[in-house]
Design a protein around this ligand. Structure first.
Ligand code: SF4
Ligand code: SF4
Ligand code: SF4
Length: 325
């Protein structure tokens, strides 16, 4: 019997997700590699797009698509991946929710390029911006056109499975690959992760007490036993799906929410805003004036980057309203 074919496809990505494949315990990695046929993985070896296009439609048992969809090339790869695969898995937070590239949805393509190449204080491009088409040594080079709005994979093509995380937790990668090689894939739509929130799994002591002051993680050394949020440190655990083993919290760092929203939530940021209002005591009768509440909420530095760090494109907001609309 032939080994199942797999492909690992890169969209708008930092490639951290597929590098994490190499961090799998050797016994898991070698076991899986011995039982699959890799038909496309450009990070690992010299695969070309033509190799992927040459695979007959529907012949790949599982494609891991990593990264968001941010330009023409990402979209083409997403469509080819769907066409060639029996099962398509959104691999990592960028693919599942838009991830960090999705924060570009607060601006437009022009705004993004202006900030990246002209306005950023660290920029030394002397006003030079990338050309879409250029000629080098007689060869015409074209870079893919960037979209105005970053999308998650399922906003472009139907997706069968989701494996969130930035990068995805090794245990969950092992679970997904083992499910493939044993022919025991879960029902379509399954999210590899926990059905609980991170707070439900976190073993820090929670006393359900209200706080009135927020602190940056650099401003104090938190008590390692107590809930970070109850110490005034913005931790996204209440609004985040569990299953990662909360490595950040174990290192006395806050959770940034890379596993995405909890199963019952449709908007991680709104869910966290509600949890924060509760811990600040703003969801019940309060003596605080509107001005005092505003001062309190202004302690949340970079609210967009906190509430929607990984999920802007799949949130209820999706993107900022364009001025001309
Ligand atoms: S999810 Fe994280 S590690 Fe994976 S591509 Fe996106 S930014 Fe990189
Ligand atoms: S808010 Fe953070 S530290 Fe507190 S219980 Fe939840 S995950 Fe743990
Ligand atoms: S603790 Fe939070 S940020 Fe860290 S891996 Fe888990 S979900 Fe991601």
């Amino acid at each position: 019997m032939e080994n199942p074919k797999i492909a690992i496809v890169l969209g708008a990505t930092c490639a951290g997700c597929d590098y994490s494949l190499l961090d799998l315990p050797p016994e898991v990695l070698l076991d899986v590699l011995g039982k699959v046929e890799i038909v496309y993985w450009p990070t690992a070896t010299d695969f070309k797009l033509e190799d992927l296009k040459a695979v007959p439609d529907g012949e790949i048992a599982l494609t891991l698509y990593e990264g968001a969809v941010n330009n023409e090339e990402n979209e083409e790869l997403a469509r080819i991946s769907r066409q060639k695969s029996q099962n398509l898995l959104a691999f990592g937070a960028c693919s599942c929710f838009g991830g960090l590239p999705g924060l570009a949805n607060v601006t437009t393509r022009e705004g993004l390029f202006r900030q990246a190449y002209l306005d950023a204080p660290s920029n030394e491009s002397n006003g030079v911006t990338p050309l879409r088409v250029s000629t080098v040594d007689g060869h015409e080079l074209t870079i893919p056109d960037t979209f105005d709005t970053v999308r998650a994979l399922h906003q472009v093509v139907p997706v069968d499975y989701y494996l969130p995380g930035c990068p995805p937790p090794l245990d969950l990668i092992g679970e997904a690959l083992t499910a493939l090689v044993t022919g025991d894939l879960p029902p379509k739509g399954h999210v590899f992760g926990s059905s609980k929130s991170l707070c439900d799994e976190c073993d820090r002591r929670k006393e359900s007490k209200s706080i009135h002051e927020l602190h940056g993680i650099h401003e104090l050394i938190p008590d390692e036993e107590k809930c970070l949020l109850e110490q005034g440190i913005l931790c996204l655990g209440p609004a985040t799906r569990g299953g990662c083993g909360y490595p950040c919290v174990k290192m006395n760092l806050r959770c940034w929410g890379c596993m995405g929203p909890t199963p019952e939530s449709i908007d991680q940021g709104a869910n966290m805003l509600s949890a924060l209002a509760s811990v600040l005591g703003l969801d019940r009768e309060t003596d605080l004036t509107d001005e005092a509440i505003e001062v309190l909420m202004k302690q949340v530095k970079d609210p967009l980057g906190f509430f929607y760090r990984f999920t802007m494109p799949t949130s209820l907001l999706k993107r900022a309203v364009r001025r001309n609309q």
